[in-house]
Design a protein around this ligand. Structure first.
Ligand SMILES: Cc1cc2nc3c(=O)[nH]c(=O)nc-3n(C[C@H](O)[C@H](O)[C@H](O)COP(=O)(O)OP(=O)(O)OC[C@H]3O[C@@H](n4cnc5c(N)ncnc54)[C@H](O)[C@@H]3O)c2cc1C
Length: 404
């Protein structure tokens, strides 16, 4: 038996959803919904509400939630494919799905025993709640591993907390149900002694919301904002944030972001190939140089995909009992950082080369062969955790790494 998603795509009603089913539904949403609105989303720097509503309608906001908690329990390779598929049509939509999934995975893997966070994930799967993240902060910028804002204990039994944090960049907060943010453990804690805190709609407020008038990724709607909120202590993830970051948040971010950037690169290459096929039918002799460039592009794209797939396999093969140990091994950190560095640079290079193949039609802001949005979106990749920060980490690690 199937039920029908908002845009008419059949989805399996069975909670034991079959392997690949989520990807098939996401592909239909990407093609029928995200692609249709991508230009308008970019033009007006507006939230891709149609796509997120369709994902919600198809219950795809719980693809990363395990089956016993009511989600799809998708394998990681399927999650990355969904990011790529959405980003081929609309990179902002792919990135929103990726960012939401990173928060879900962080809660899932670090929620401790059965309790409030378990119940939260069940609610998320049932109500299709969207989670945003707030790790960046005025004063620490893109340094994920330092916070200024802190948890302030309140309530008679000291079992509640409140906070105030001013972010520099925080995506789709105005459209999210819930937030996962980093804070110092308490007022006395060092900047690196952080916790991850979940707050739900009604518990937090946004103020002093800035502008999000950027070059690319305009649909992620990620302005600076002052966030105030309160909650109960069980909403604080029991694992220290350093463990959440090392085991889940950073690796999953690098993998899913790379999947989004791959989506941008795939669509740019597709446009270049289609353009050249049409051109070479009319003028077979006049396309040789561009055809060679296209062949080069195809190799680059294949390498980009292969590196991502290889890191996804390594991530899936991690034995959960030794995940923390494995995550902090220099070889693991270096490989994932290299994926982030190389995918963020490859996407810009691939879109640039596709533009060379197509020529002026790619340079147009609109049209079947326009790559303007792709190029602008691609340039965000090196800034999402600045590549210089990642290179600095790799440089330090390489001085102690013993190879393998
Ligand atoms: C599309 C998009 C969506 C985003 N969404 C979110 C979100 O939802 N939530 C969120 O919290 N954040 C989000 N971010 C923020 C992002 O992850 C980074 O934290 C942010 O872009 C960094 O801002 P910055 O470049 O000003 O800061 P920094 O990273 O501080 O970089 C500023 C400059 O300082 C240099 N620098 C500073 N320190 C070092 C160092 N130790 N080593 C080397 N170089 C250094 C950098 O190279 C760079 O030149 C988003 C970013 C983008 C582009």
């Amino acid at each position: 038996m199937t039920s029908t998603a908002k845009m008419g795509t059949p989805i399996p009603a069975d909670p034991a959803r079959s392997r690949g089913a989520a990807l098939r539904v996401a592909t239909a949403i990407a093609e029928d919904v995200a692609a249709q609105h991508a230009h308008d989303v970019d033009l007006h720097a507006r939230f891709p509400i149609e796509t997120v509503d369709a994902l919600r309608g198809a219950k795809l906001l719980s693809t990363a939630v395990s089956r016993e908690l009511g989600g799809w329990g998708c394998e990681f390779s399927e999650l990355t494919e969904i990011c790529t598929r959405l980003a081929r049509s609309c990179a902002s939509s792919g990135m929103i799905f990726a960012m939401h999934t990173i928060q879900v995975a962080s809660i899932l893997n670090h929620r401790g025993g059965e309790g409030a966070l378990d119940r939260y994930l069940r609610d998320l799967a049932r109500d299709q709640r969207l989670i945003a993240s707030a790790t960046s902060e005025v004063g620490t910028g893109g340094d994920l591993r330092r916070s200024i804002a802190h948890v302030e204990s309140t309530g008679t039994g000291g079992d509640r907390f409140r906070f105030e944090k001013t972010t520099t960049v925080s995506s789709y907060c105005e459209y999210a149900d819930d937030l996962l943010l980093t804070l110092r453990r308490d007022a006395e804690s060092a900047a690196g002694d952080q916790v991850a805190v979940l707050v739900q709609r009604g518990e937090w407020k946004l103020a002093d919301i800035g502008e999000w008038n950027t070059l690319g990724m305009r649909g992620t709607c990620s302005p600076a904002a002052r966030i105030t909120g309160e909650g109960a202590d069980p909403q604080i993830l029991p694992d220290p944030f350093r463990a959440v970051a090392a085991v889940t948040m950073v690796p999953v971010s690098h993998l899913l972001w790379a999947a989004v950037w791959l989506g941008i690169a795939v669509d740019a290459t597709d446009r270049a190939r289609r353009f050249l096929q049409i051109k070479s039918r009319k003028d077979p002799d006049g396309s040789t140089i561009a055809a060679n460039r296209l062949a080069q592009l195809s190799t680059r794209l294949r390498n980009m995909r292969a590196q991502l797939e290889s890191e996804v396999r390594s991530y899936e093969e991690r034995d959960s009992a030794h995940a923390a140990e494995r995550a902090s091994e220099p070889g693991t950190v270096l490989a994932l950082n290299d994926l982030k560095l190389s995918a963020s640079e490859s996407v810009v290079a691939i879109v640039g080369e596709a533009m060379q193949v197509i020529g002026i039609e790619a340079y147009m802001n609109e049209g079947e062969f326009s790559l303007a949005r792709h190029l602008r979106d691609a340039h965000s990749a090196a800034l999402m955790i600045n590549n210089d920060r990642i290179r600095a980490t790799n440089a330090d690690l390489l001085l102690v790494y013993k190879g393998r």
